[in-house]
Design a protein around this ligand. Structure first.
Ligand code: PXL
Length: 276
């Protein structure tokens, strides 16, 4: 099969295993060429008490222009944490310029967790994120992000299967064909991923909850899903592979007592993602 290229629009963070530092090696292990488009450069991610942060927004248009001039094409585009309204606008413009009929466009609408939005999420940013979502064919929100995108009250974070189905259908009507609602706590000991594909029966991927929540888990999951889908696997199998892989990495972190902000030790199992 002809090798594919994935544009990864995300931050470049040195320590802490997140974003490009996670996504590029994971998709590379899956034989996909990773092309980083930095949104910011950080020494560590923002969960550490101190970090260096350089916003790349003012440089992004010139950076991207060279790809336009050189007629570089991508088979997929994946986006993660975005820091400002202008950055979201740049990403929308990128998708419009580079998307082809059969492109994969995965948007991880990184906006918040546990019912709370991150500090950078002003109402204006939320509005922009809703706009970006329309361009995705794959969306990977957690419950907080799902509620925010739909203006639904998070409440105590407990939603029945029918409610989740209704919310996914509503979100899918705005564009994305495939949605996985990630990391839904289920009976304390398990984590549910609610897998929705337009015109298909909904399915569930359940994994055991192991230890503490670890930063960077979402980036591992979204990159495995992107890689699997680009390699021709269906959405459900891609989500299952991603959840099982993340679980295995988390188990390793727990066993070796890796600090929770150091991200997942995904390097240990890259071989699991390789196919002949
Ligand atoms: O994927 C999480 C993530 C990505 N990028 C940055 C972050 C975080 C989580 O805190 O701080 C910069």
């Amino acid at each position: 099969m002809k090798q594919k290229k994935l544009a990864i629009i995300n931050d470049v963070t040195g320590f802490g295993r997140c974003s490009v530092a996670v996504m590029a090696p994971i998709v590379s292990a899956m034989k996909i060429q990773a092309v980083a488009i930095p949104t910011a450069i950080l020494s560590t991610h923002t969960q550490f008490p101190e970090y260096f942060f350089d916003d790349y927004t003012p440089k992004m248009r010139d950076y991207i222009q060279t790809y336009k001039n050189l007629n570089i094409e991508f088979d997929g585009i994946a986006t993660g944490f975005l820091g400002s309204k202008e950055q979201v606008e740049i990403v929308i413009d990128f998708i419009k310029s580079f998307r082809k009929d059969d492109s994969l466009v995965l948007v991880d609408p990184v906006m918040g967790d546990y019912g709370e939005l991150y500090a950078t999420y002003t109402p204006e940013m939320c509005q922009k994120m809703k706009e970006l979502v329309q361009y995705a064919n794959i969306l990977t929100p957690n419950l907080t992000e799902l509620c925010t995108l739909l203006d639904v009250d998070y409440g105590d974070g407990k939603f029945g299967m029918d409610e989740l189905g209704d919310m996914c259908r509503e979100l899918a009507s705005r564009g994305p064909e495939h949605i996985v609602v990630t990391g839904i706590p289920f009976h304390k000991k398990q984590i549910m991923n609610y897998v929705y594909s337009k015109d298909e029966e909904t399915r569930i991927v359940m994994v055991d909850r192991i230890g503490v929540d670890r930063s960077g888990t979402g980036d591992v999951i979204s990159s495995v899903i992107a890689g699997m889908c680009m390699n021709g696997h269906n959405f459900y199998d891609s989500v299952r592979k991603a959840a099982e892989y993340a679980s295995k990495c988390i188990r390793y972190c727990e066993e070796y007592q890796v600090p929770e902000h150091w991200g997942l030790c995904f390097e240990m199992y890259l071989k699991d993602l390789m196919e002949d």
